[in-house]
Design a binder for this molecule. Structure first.
Ligand code: PXP
Length: 255
């Protein structure tokens, strides 16, 4: 999950929901680290884990294990709280993705308000960057948020594809077109500002192609669908199929 000249779209696999299943029984299995190692073997370019304030899935020991044993870069997804910044500065992952977090939400509900929270985020982004951690801001595909990310000197933005994916599920063609246009326009604007563009949230085999075809997008982060699909065909096969769809979309887009 480093910047590079290759136009191959990278795949980051989010293993949070392996921990969700484990924690449902307060058992020591299934082990998210084992899933992360398997994901790397299956071709994931990186692994994402979200240490939530309430530790509902990934726990502190999981993060320590990932940092120790992962052969690919770890993307530490977290809220911009003092507690999480302190953990990130201690374990020093390759990357941190800052997300908004509400205790009552089922999943991250949209991007962080980088514009509105600019002054609160600035010292946090700086502290992470000073420690050599690549900072990504998970934002909605919106010009104001992209400009705020740039002014915060975050090198990466991850565009939230959640609304696009929901529109695809609802078969609302007008909304699909509007959300896709926002993703394309935002990716182009971020690219012009020199930001590296990632995307993710809600991606599945059925909706990944249009997002993968956006030329400025360098990395997709996908979790829930892949872990669910692994129940039926195994994690390696699920990652392989997603990888093939991403590569085909990219080839079709002439990248
Ligand atoms: N990127 C970010 C910032 C996220 O919060 C999530 C969800 O944890 C994802 C990507 C992956 O989303 P999903 O699990 O729906 O594939």
């Amino acid at each position: 999950m480093t910047s590079g000249s290759s136009s191959r779209l990278r795949l980051g696999v989010n293993i949070d929901h392996v921990a969700t299943i484990r924690n449902a029984r307060r058992a020591p299995y299934p082990d998210p680290l084992r899933a992360a190692l398997l994901a790397a073997k299956a071709g994931a370019d990186g692994v994402t884990a979200h240490l939530r304030e309430d530790r509902r899935h990934i726990g502190d020991a999981d993060m320590e294990g990932l940092i120790r044993e992962l052969p690919v870069p770890l993307n530490f997804e977290m809220a911009a709280t003092d507690e999480m910044i302190e953990i990130a500065l201690r374990i020093k992952p390759h990357a941190v993705c800052l997300v908004p977090e509400k205790r009552e939400e089922v999943t991250t509900e949209g991007g962080i308000d980088a514009a509105g929270l600019h002054n609160r985020l600035a010292p946090k982004v700086r502290a992470l960057a000073d420690a050599g951690i690549r900072v990504s801001l998970f934002i909605d595909p919106d010009a104001r948020q992209i400009e705020a990310a740039k002014s915060l000197a975050a090198p990466v933005v991850e565009l939230c594809t959640g609304a696009y994916c929901e529109a695809v599920l609802a078969e609302d063609l007008g909304a699909v077109a509007a959300h896709l246009d926002a993703a394309q326009t935002s990716a182009a604007a971020a690219g012009r500002l020199g930001l590296e563009v990632h995307a993710g949230h809600g991606l599945t085999y059925d909706n990944v192609s249009a997002i993968a075809a956006i030329p400025e997008v360098k990395e997709l982060n996908i979790g829930h669908f892949l872990i669910g699909e692994a129940i039926f065909i195994g994690l390696e096969a699920a990652i392989g199929r997603m990888r093939a769809l991403m590569d085909a979309a990219r080839a079709g887009a002439g990248a």
